[in-house]
Write a protein that binds this ligand. Structure first.
Ligand code: GLN
Length: 486
């Protein structure tokens, strides 16, 4: 039998259902894999081994009693931005170093109900601000394909864990690309569902109008399975959409024949890395060979404004959301200062890292009276324009296809000196958050041994079409089945 820790969810569920393996064996295999590679990869902030084995045993008991389920007994890793009852949730920040939440995030409890086995909490950029996981207050995560390179971010730990065989699947969050970008750089499947499709209850807030939870998996079929478990209305999140959730596995194998696929010109600029361009061109040719009708001349002219819009709106919302970390309510508290204000100032001064402080300053500036209209209000107006351009495109196309990132994984330390260089990594992903659309990254080959992702973007709440196109492509070239040389 192949290495258990590299099974897909589908394979694992099949073996568990036939009782050819137990959840305890599978969980042990993942735990041993973690022990073997984690010193080099460092995908995790904390392991939850004892609890995982207890969950595995209870999954085995459920299976023995005749219960079956795709996620029953299958090991998962959870981004440390999602609250886990009784288990520290740090958000990659010193501010929450000792914070133990009293409740599970809705997505976490939905997975637990389905019988998931949580092996640990994964590393991330502090409060999800970053594109390389280098902004973690704890340590850097290494790309399993080349340990001298970043895994992407902010959900870099979740992506690296799946790529390295340290979990069968994982959860991350995507505010401007934080699932799709690390998925692309680590060679796994990563999806941001439509804004409102997945509950944000228990997802520690970065930018509330953009944040969305989503999975990392090894195949598109597995992606559909996890989405089936986590999507759907939640009364605890007022922005969660009160819509029925289709079975995302239903249309998966329908193929791309006759589908109209648009490629926005703005996503294939002259500056795009030649290797990435070549892989995307090959993927488009593969979709055409399967009968898709590809139009490479779609215009989304406001794309170039998206980065600016994002870096007004996201920091503005972040500055409001992060006001709660004042050393009074919970989390880190500096208490040696001279009175309340001094303590508060020092709590925030010592508790937050440089990038978080930068975002808070940009946000409070953009929201301040006198600048509000010029920055925040203007950004909201351009946001509407961007959204309308997508709406117009979706009148003609079933899905849009684009690169996920302008380059493959960069070196650790390469972009830390220049925040703007770092921000540019998300030019192809953040417009999708601005418009609230579903988007997936699916492995599309390699450049010099480093993975490239293909992005498929869909209409609001049309995850089924995104998955169908991604699956149609995946069938032509199963790049996701390749494993890093760890
Ligand atoms: N890299 C982007 C940022 O730093 C996106 C992060 C995210 O999606 N959480 O804001």
């Amino acid at each position: 039998m192949a290495d258990l820790y590299y099974l897909t969810i589908e394979e694992a569920a099949g073996l568990l259902a036939k009782r050819e393996i137990s959840s305890r064996e599978l969980t042990q295999a993942v735990i041993e894999r973690i022990a073997a590679v984690e010193p080099r990869v460092r995908a995790y902030l904390a392991m939850t081994t004892e609890r995982a084995l207890a969950q595995a045993d209870s999954a085995d008991a459920r299976i023995a009693a005749g219960e079956r389920g795709r996620l029953l007994g299958v090991p998962v890793a959870i981004k440390d931005l999602l609250t886990t009852k009784g288990i520290a949730t740090t958000c990659g920040s010193k501010m929450l170093q000792n914070f133990v939440p009293p409740y599970d995030a809705t997505v976490v409890s939905r997975l637990f109900d389905a019988g998931a086995v949580m092996v640990g909490k994964t590393n991330m950029d502090e409060f999800a601000m970053g594109s390389s996981t280098e902004n973690s207050a704890y340590h850097v995560t290494h790309n399993p394909w080349d340990l001298t390179r970043v895994p992407g971010g902010s959900s870099g730990g979740s992506a690296a864990a799946v790529a390295a065989g340290e979990a069968i699947y994982s959860l991350g969050s995507d505010t401007g690309g934080s699932i799709r970008q690390p998925a692309a750089l680590c060679g796994v499947v990563g999806m941001k569902p439509t804004y409102g499709r997945v509950s944000r209850y228990g997802l520690v807030a970065f930018a509330s109008s953009l944040d969305q939870v989503g999975p990392f998996t090894r195949t598109v079929r597995d992606m559909a399975t996890v989405l089936n478990a986590i999507c759907g209305h939640d009364a605890s999140d007022s922005t969660s959409a009160p819509l029925d959730v289709p079975d995302f596995t239903a249309d998966l194998e329908k193929g791309v024949k006759g589908l109209r696929i648009g490629v926005p010109k703005e996503y294939m600029p002259a500056t795009l890395d030649a290797g990435v361009r070549a892989r995307v061109d090959e993927a488009l040719a593969a979709l055409e060979a399967q009968g898709a009708i590809v139009d490479r001349d779609v215009a989304l002219p406001s794309t170039e404004a998206a980065l600016a819009v994002y870096y007004i709106i996201a920091p503005s919302e972040a500055s409001a959301n992060l006001a709660r970390y004042d050393g009074v309510k919970y989390g880190f508290s500096y208490q040696q200062g001279e009175g309340m204000w001094d303590n508060m100032e020092k709590t925030r001064g010592c508790g937050f890292g440089a990038e978080v402080k930068r975002r808070i300053m940009i946000g409070t500036y953009a929201l301040s009276s006198g600048y509000y209209d010029a920055y925040y209000l203007k950004a909201q107006k351009v946001r509407t324009v961007i959204r309308r351009e997508f709406d117009a495109a979706f009148e003609k196309y079933d899905a849009l296809v684009a690169p996920v990132t302008p380059t493959t994984a960069f070196k650790i330390g390469e972009k830390t000196a220049d925040p703007f260089e770092m921000y540019l990594n998300d030019v192809f992903t953040l417009p999708v958050n601005i418009a609230g659309l579903p988007g997936i990254s699916v492995p599309a080959g390699f450049v010099d041994g480093l993975p490239v992702g293909l992005q498929v973007i869909g209409k609001p709440f049309d995850e089924a079409m995104v998955l169908r196109v991604a699956r149609g492509y995946e069938q032509t070239a199963a790049w996701g089945a390749k494993r890093p040389p760890l």
